[in-house]
Write a protein that binds this ligand. Structure first.
Ligand code: CP3
Length: 342
């Protein structure tokens, strides 16, 4: 197992740490904006294997990251379940909202495999094209985060619709979560079958729930997803990203069965090193805003993070995604800072 990214996930330390960035393919890259224009819509990018492969490889060709992440989106799962999903430039995703158990009951797995087939075809092509050094990461949103978009109908500041549903009718909301657990297991297992080396589960809205509800809607569904995937693929490493979980990072790391956790920008590394399960690999966590400022401040932040994580298996990453206003040259500098250290 030569790929440094996979060696770290298996518990080894590596110097310098392997690096990839969340949202490493995206609008900050001129070549992405070109492909996006040629493809037409965002979902056309995701569902046309030629385009998905091309866009996945753009940051690998430009920067030589240690891992490629499949170009897709967490919202292909509700699309596969029959919900109307569209992406409007400048506005983000728009979904026909699912506000109660009856509306959730209209969704099903019937068309799922067919809608998502092009995604798995892209994975098969990528796993053939990537060399011996670069790992391929598949992913899905966690059930709670995907449910947030499904119930709210898009992005939200207050999460009132999804909380009204889940707090007001936990049993009904639980049926939607059950469906998402099943779909997520299916989606991740299919990516594993098509050849990804590792998986990441994005729980981008972990930070909005009180502790009791966090256990019910974050920990429990993710644990079921991990168990379901491992029943088919016992060896595959799975990384979790519970953005904003704060002190709940500990139960998250201990109780989900995940291989590794990705730390958001606000997690203090000395606290994480002292408290996360011994030997558990971590990923993170430079503030993506350092890619806007660059320079010595960014270099010092890289040094601090590498130093703080030196006694653990560590994959260098951002604490959230690359911002669209990032200068591609600054990403090259970031990688330079990290790799000159060895
Ligand atoms: O490079 C990669 O990381 C792989 C591709 C990827 C995308 N989205 C592409 C994308 C991944 C892993 C995601 C995950 C994703 N999608 C998350 C979890 C991570 C996070 O950021 O918290 C979430 C919450 C989504 C949902 C989503 N997709 C939103 C809210 C938006 C709109 C916001 C925006 O930046 O415009 C998207 C669209 C999207 N997904 C874009 C990209 C590159 C921008 C689309 C465009 O070209 O207009």
């Amino acid at each position: 197992m030569a790929k440094p990214f996979l060696r770290v996930l298996s518990g080894e330390r590596h110097d310098p740490p392997p690096i990839w960035l969340m949202r490493q393919a995206g609008r900050y890259l001129p070549e992405y904006r070109q492909s996006r224009k040629r493809a037409g819509g965002f979902l056309d990018l995701c569902y046309t294997p030629e385009f998905a492969v091309e866009v996945t490889l753009q940051p690998i060709k430009r920067y030589g990251f240690d891992a490629a992440i499949l170009f897709s989106d967490i919202l292909v799962v509700p699309d596969g379940l029959g919900q109307d999903v569209s992406f409007i430039e400048g506005t983000g995703p728009i979904l026909t909202p699912v506000r109660d158990v009856d509306q959730a009951g209209m969704l099903s797995m019937a068309g799922f495999d067919e809608v998502l087939a092009p995604v798995y075809e892209a994975v098969r092509r990528l796993s053939r094209e990537l060399g011996d050094e670069t790992a391929l990461i598949g992913f899905a949103g966690a059930p709670w985060t995907v449910a947030c978009y499904m119930v709210e109908g898009g992005t939200t500041r207050d999460f009132h619709a999804v909380k009204s549903f889940s707090y007001g009718d936990p049993e009904g909301f639980g049926k939607l979560i059950d469906l998402l657990v099943e779909a997520t297991i299916r989606h991740l297992s299919a990516q594993a079958a098509a050849g990804v080396d590792a998986l990441q589960i994005f729980e981008s809205h972990a930070g909005v729930l009180p502790a009791t509800e966090f256990k019910t809607w974050v920990i429990d569904p993710i644990r079921r997803v991990v168990e379901g995937v491992r029943a088919n693929w016992p060896e595959i490493p799975i990384i979790g990203f519970p953005r904003g979980a704060g002190p709940m990072y500990l139960v998250f790391a201990e109780e989900t069965g995940l291989t590794a956790v990705s730390l958001d920008v606000s997690v203090p590394l000395d606290w994480a090193m002292a408290n996360l399960p011994s030997g558990m690999p971590v990923q993170g966590n430079i503030d993506p805003a350092y890619l806007l400022s660059g320079g010595d401040g960014m270099a010092r932040s890289v040094d601090r993070i590498v130093e703080a994580c030196r006694d653990r298996p560590h994959i260098f990453n951002l604490g959230h995604g690359v911002d669209k206003n990032t200068d591609p040259e600054t990403v090259a500098q970031l990688i330079g800072c990290l790799r000159k250290k060895s």
